[in-house]
Ligand binder design. Structure first.
Ligand code: NCD
Length: 377
């Protein structure tokens, strides 16, 4: 393990945007997560780089979560951290009395004036507003900079900020592609990858982060991205121009069935109507139906193709159709190699543990914030 490089990224030690990570950072992270995954499968202790010390991981989820919150909790526990979960802070914190995010972060982390007498050593935050994770990180950095005590960094991890990003989900997705793609071992898992995105690509933060992440690999691997979704739910222009700048070949295909035939990976996403602003379109069941993965569509897939979904799948009978027919759930539960979403979500544990391990090993080796002269692309 001694030769493992502990990466540090542009926003280090915070994890706010996936494009702050270089290709080398992401490759190292995936390799470390794979070691963790193997250890967990064998029910062995994690081959961690960080020598655990008393440390608290604070989970601050202002929005609902099943996987991100749970896998962060387990990852922290497996690393030997104390994990505190503020249950539903919108209801059970002083947010209900009008408290701001900045004030809550100061209270919950106790950075700054009290020096190292902290209430948390790492914060994972999920919030409905884009930019909230950056606000939390800035608050902590200001408090640390002005405080009188030692300045050990206190990382903030973005667990999803509104319609912005969900960087650790993109890392989980990358790990999943590396593990699931059926490709000869002498080739890189992203070589000639043809990935199809469908669903709500305008408001989905997981697809935003995954596209930015694939963009990082654009100059090293031939990657083709196809969007097949309703007009009005295509990715934001800033993402498309990033992909173009990063050498990603992308295009749109209105015929979902046709797009399915060429894909190595299909990335389904949920219709995020709760995030729609009044000026954004909402689509009827009839309009969305042509973009549902239906029974029979599995026969259209290429040999070895994999269906991924960051989850949740909306199975509310009042709001049909789900983006994938319920017929496929038992197959996914049984571990059918084509339907990867449960394996994808379970990889949240090794991935998030590996990420925290890198962060804490880096901090304990004396690294503070990334110095200005470090060249980061
Ligand atoms: C998503 C999220 O919250 O952004 N899920 C996740 O964290 N894995 C996707 C969604 O809400 O549809």
């Amino acid at each position: 393990m001694s030769e493992t490089r502990i990466p540090r990224w542009k926003s280090w030690p915070h994890v706010i945007r996936i494009q702050d990570f270089t290709v080398a950072d992401l490759e190292d992270l995936v390799a470390h997560a794979r070691r963790f995954e193997e250890a967990l499968k064998k029910r062995q202790g994690l081959p961690r780089l960080w020598k655990p010390r008393p440390a608290i991981l604070e989970l601050l989820f202002f929005e609902a979560s099943t996987r991100t919150e749970h896998t962060n909790w387990v990852a922290g526990y497996l690393l030997g951290m104390g994990v505190r979960d503020v249950p539903n802070p919108k209801v059970f914190s002083s947010a209900v009395k009008g408290e701001s995010l900045v004030d809550a972060i100061c209270a919950l982390t106790r950075t700054g004036g009290m020096g190292e007498m902290r209430a948390a050593d790492c914060v994972v935050i999920r919030h409905g507003d884009e930019g909230s994770a950056q606000i939390a990180a800035d608050t902590i950095d200001i408090a640390n900079g002005d405080g009188s005590g030692p300045k050990t960094p206190l990382p903030v991890i973005n667990g999803g900020d509104g319609k912005g990003q969900h960087p650790t989900q993109a890392m989980v997705d990358l790990l999943t592609i590396f593990c699931e793609r059926k490709i000869s071992s002498d080739r890189h898992p992203l070589d000639n990858l043809n990935i199809l995105f469908t669903g709500d690509l305008l408001r989905g933060r997981t697809s935003n982060s995954l596209m930015y992440e694939l963009g990082r690999f654009g100059f090293d691997h031939k990657i083709h991205i196809t969007f097949s979704t309703l007009g009005g739910m295509e990715p934001k222009d800033e993402i498309l121009s990033y992909l173009a700048r990063r050498g990603i070949d992308y295009g749109s295909e209105s015929n979902f069935k046709k797009a399915l035939r060429d894909a190595d990976v299909v990335y389904l996403t949920r219709h995020q109507k709760e995030r729609a602003t009044p000026d954004e379109p909402l689509f009827s069941v009839e309009e969305r139906l042509p973009f549902t993965f239906e029974k029979g569509d599995e026969h259209l897939l290429k040999e070895g193709a994999v269906i991924m979904h960051p989850l949740p799948i909306n199975r509310n009978p009042e709001d049909p159709p789900p983006e994938i027919d319920n017929f496929f759930t038992p197959l996914a539960i049984k571990g059918d190699p084509r339907f990867a979403w449960f394996r994808q979500s379970h990889r949240g544990v090794p991935l998030r543990a590996a990420l925290n391990d890198f962060i804490f090993a880096g901090i304990d080796s004396g690294w503070e914030r990334v110095p200005q002269n470090v060249s980061m692309t």
